[in-house]
Design a protein around this ligand. Structure first.
Ligand code: SF4
Length: 495
């Protein structure tokens, strides 16, 4: 049986359909079963909208066509606006039940237009050419003549000085050649998608490496629900296509993988641990690691933002800017840790204050311990490129930095409860009674989103701001307190 009315296929649905027809089918037939967009994806979407708005400033006199829920009405409005010969934002056109809204349509001359798609990325990706090909196909089908196609994206070499300069923040690349090479396949792809949408049964598509490419699929939890919740084969480290081959053979759980199953050393450790339920402990390796730690121990963690549109002078798009640190200091073995923290008010660049405070606190000797230390190092290196008076000091600090991720990434220790991850979010609860599950803010991505929201967002009530600031303090402090607990546990294992 077929659906009575063929729905419209929009550009975003077309791109979803290229990724997977099953995802597309759910979009139209079981929308309510697709999990809600997570905060990280929503934040990216909002960032994209902000970049899009800035792009409009480059085309003064342009007409923004407010989106109408009905494609026909949008097309009608757009057609009228097109006769004015001005830049158009969000103009929508229809062709063969395909519906395309262009970020920017730029009049060239004699009814010819250039198409510009605006992205918050910092380079052109293949998927953007596919989405522009869909747009061009629809516009030309609807009677417009498109001369050139461009992707406008964020120039990551731009350094903010004063107000944001959209001319320098954004750059554009001509992708007409790539688009023209793709166009011949668009109509057939689109018709296959429309056909799939109309079917009453969902396409039988198995999970695979495509699920994460070119973006993570929102339907993953639905498609993976036949796998055991804990210790399924997708938790194998460096997985490649191996988990999918195992699933194909009916092996869903790590503990069911037979023999060495063509696994690498780390994966073999995982299998052993998931079978026995016991951790793998390489005492010699852990001892060696612990011997590198020198008192006083400085446990350091940053929370950061990395906005596409730089928030502060002397910063680039997507540059990692620390806005908060937590520092626990254990001066001697067995001593109670001291806690120091800083959370920037956000009204000015937080980097100089953070560098100044850390210079006072980190002393001249002892290990500076971070979890995934490359992150803290990079944030500080970037900061001293601007605040050069700290350059020599940072060189000395870097010599003292120890990465607490090392013993876990190299599998000196592995607990099956880590589920294949060496993140502190998995290691801490696996080794100790502490964990993040009860916290309002429980991971760095959320910390960054929430800080940005209460700092740069509009109309955040003071009470809510204070609640988020308090949650941020607790979250960052747990990261450094958790590191102390992990080191203590590692020491216990070696006694
Ligand atoms: S999770 Fe994978 S198989 Fe399922 S809809 Fe998404 S891409 Fe398709």
């Amino acid at each position: 049986m077929k659906m009575k009315n063929t729905p419209f296929l929009s550009k975003s649905k077309y791109v979803d359909g290229l990724k997977c027809l099953k995802l597309l089918w759910y979009e139209y037939n079981r929308r309510e079963e697709i999990p809600e967009t997570d905060d990280g994806t929503t934040a990216l979407f909002e960032q994209g909208k902000a970049v899009g708005k800035l792009a409009h400033k480059l085309f003064p006199g342009g007409i923004l066509l407010e989106r109408d829920a009905e494609p026909e009405k949008q097309a009608e409005k757009s057609l009228k606006a097109a006769s004015l010969g001005k830049p158009l934002f969000e103009a929508g056109f229809i062709f063969n039940r395909l519906y395309a809204l262009a970020d920017i349509l730029l009049p060239v001359s004699g009814g010819v237009w250039d198409l510009i798609e605006v992205k918050s990325a910092t380079s052109v990706k293949e998927v953007y050419c596919r989405d522009a090909a869909f747009q061009k196909h629809v516009y030309e089908g609807a009677g417009l003549r498109i001369r050139k196609c461009y992707i406008m994206y964020v120039n990551n070499q731009y350094v903010r000085q004063g107000d944001i300069d959209p001319e320098r923040l954004l750059t554009k690349e001509d992708i007409t050649r790539q688009v023209d090479a793709i166009i011949p396949s668009v109509e057939a792809n689109a018709q296959q998608m429309l056909q799939a949408i109309r079917e009453h049964t969902c396409p039988d598509i198995k999970i695979g490496q495509h699920c994460n490419s070119p973006y993570p699929c929102p339907l993953e939890s639905v498609c993976r629900d036949f796998l055991p919740r804990d210790g399924n084969v997708l938790c194998l480290v460096s997985p490649g296509k191996r988990p999918y081959e195992l699933i194909e053979k009916g092996i869903y759980s790590i503990s069911d993988i037979p023999g060495d199953g063509g696994l690498n050393e780390k994966q073999k450790i995982q299998v052993e641990c998931h079978k026995t339920g016991q951790p793998h402990i390489n005492k010699g390796g852990i001892k060696q690691f612990l011997n590198t730690l020198k008192y006083p121990l400085y446990f350091l963690d940053f929370e950061t933002i990395a906005p596409a549109i730089p928030a502060y002078d002397n910063s680039r798009p997507y540059e990692t800017i620390p806005f908060q640190y937590s520092l626990h200091i254990v001066r001697k073995e067995g001593m109670e840790p001291e806690h120091h923290s800083y959370l920037a008010p956000g009204n000015k660049d937080p980097r100089p204050e953070i560098l100044k405070r850390l210079k006072q606190l980190l002393g001249n000797s002892g290990s500076v311990i971070a979890y995934n230390a490359a992150f803290e190092k990079t944030a500080m290196r970037k900061a001293v490129e601007i605040y050069t008076e700290y350059r020599e000091w940072l060189k000395l600090i870097e010599e003292r930095v120890i990465d607490l991720l090392t013993p876990f990434r190299s599998f000196l220790y592995y607990h099956p409860c880590q589920e294949g991850s060496a993140s502190i979010k998995n290691v801490l609860p696996a080794m100790t009674n502490s964990g993040y599950s009860y916290m309002e803010i429980a991971e760095g991505g959320t910390a960054s989103i929430e800080y940005s929201r209460i700092t740069f967002g509009e109309d955040v009530p003071e009470e809510e701001r204070q609640r988020i600031l308090s949650a941020l303090e607790k979250y960052c402090a747990l990261d450094t307190k958790g590191m102390i607990e992990i080191v203590d546990e590692l020491r216990k294992l070696c006694r």
